[in-house]
Design a protein around this ligand. Structure first.
Ligand code: ADP
Ligand code: MG
Length: 242
C-alpha cells in the first residue's frame, strides 16, 4: 500500500489549471526529489498532499486517508505530513524550544514537560542542543531552518515535505540543512523534496520527478537521469540549475 497516492488529481485556481490529472504513488521510505520550472506546480502539489489546498478532481490518499474526506480527516492528514518552507516560518516571539514544543502541545495534546523534553531531544538531533533558548532572530538562517525541521518532526509525521528548504540560505549555510535532511533520509523517513540541489538529488534521492505545466513528464532514478537526461526539456532545465 502506497503512503501517498494521487489518482488523476486536478487543481485549478480560477480558470488556470495548475495540476492536470496527476498520477503518482509514493511508497514508505522513498526520497522523491521534485524539480521543474517556476510555476510548474511543485509547491501546489506539496500543498495538496498536505491538504492545505483542496483538489478539484481525482483523489489523493495519504496513509489511507483521502483529502476528499471530512474536516477531521483533513486534520489527520496534516499531522501525517510535516512541511518545511523556503522561508522558515518560525514563530518569532517564541524560543527555538517553544517553537518545537508547540506542535506536541497544541496538536498532539502532550503535557508541557513531555513536550519540552521531546523538543530538546529534537533540537539535539538537528545539532542545536545548545540553542533552545534563543529566539529565531538570534539564529542564523541555517539554524532557523533546522529548528523548522525539528518543529515539523515534533508531531511525528510519517512523511516530510520540503519546499525549496535551502533556497533562502547563503551557500555556506545550505550544507548544514542538507546534512540534517540526509540523516533523516538515512533513518528511513519518507520525503518529497522540491530543490535545486542536484548533488542532494543524486546522493540522497531515490527518485527524481520533473514537472512541467502541472504534469509529471519524467520520473526515474536520479543518478541515471542526471548523468543522461534523455528528455530534452529536463536536459535544458538541468543546464540552468547548475
Ligand atoms: P512552482 O512551485 O512549481 O513554482 P506553484 O505551485 O507555486 O509552482 O504555482 C503553479 C501555478 O499556480 C502558477 O501559475 C501560480 O501562479 C499559480 N498559483 C499558485 N498558487 C496560487 C494561488 N493561491 N492563487 C492563484 N494562482 C496560484
Ligand atoms: Mg514553488
Amino acid at each position: 500500500m502506497s503512503l501517498v497516492k494521487l489518482s488523476k488529481v486536478t487543481k485549478t485556481f480560477g480558470t488556470v489549471v495548475v495540476l492536470q490529472e496527476v498520477d503518482l504513488s509514493i511508497e514508505a521510505g522513498e526520497v522523491v526529489v521534485l524539480v521543474g520550472p517556476s510555476g510548474s506546480g511543485k509547491s501546489t502539489l506539496l500543498r495538496c498532499i498536505n491538504a492545505l489546498e483542496p483538489i478539484n478532481g481525482g483523489d489523493l490518499i495519504v496513509d489511507n486517508i483521502s483529502v476528499r474526506a471530512g474536516r477531521s480527516q483533513i486534520r489527520a492528514i496534516r499531522q501525517e505530513a510535516g512541511m518545511v518552507f523556503q522561508q522558515f516560518n518560525l514563530f518569532p516571539q517564541m524560543t527555538a524550544l517553544q517553537n518545537v514544543a508547540f506542535g506536541p502541545r497544541h496538536v498532539r495534546g502532550a503535557g508541557k514537560a513531555e513536550a519540552l523534553a521531546q523538543a530538546q531531544a529534537l533540537l539535539a538531533k538537528v545539532g542545536l542542543a545548545e540553542r533552545g533558548h534563543h529566539y529565531p532572530s538570534e539564529l542564523s538562517g541555517g539554524q532557523q531552518q533546522r529548528v523548522a525541521i525539528a518543529r515539523a518532526l515534533a508531531v511525528k509525521p510519517k512523511l516530510m515535505l520540503f519546499d525549496e528548504p535551502t533556497s533562502a540560505l547563503d551557500p555556506e549555510l545550505r550544507h548544514e540543512v542538507l546534512q540534517v535532511m540526509k540523516s533523516l533520509a538515512e533513518e528511513g523517513m519518507t520525503m518529497i523534496v522540491v530543490t535545486h540541489e542536484m548533488a542532494f538529488a543524486r546522493e540522497v534521492g531515490t527518485r527524481l520527478i520533473f514537472m512541467e505545466d502541472g504534469k509529471i513528464s519524467v520520473d526515474g532514478d536520479p543518478a541515471s537521469l542526471l548523468s543522461n537526461p534523455d528528455n530534452q526539456r529536463l536536459r535544458e532545465f538541468l543546464q540552468h540549475v547548475h
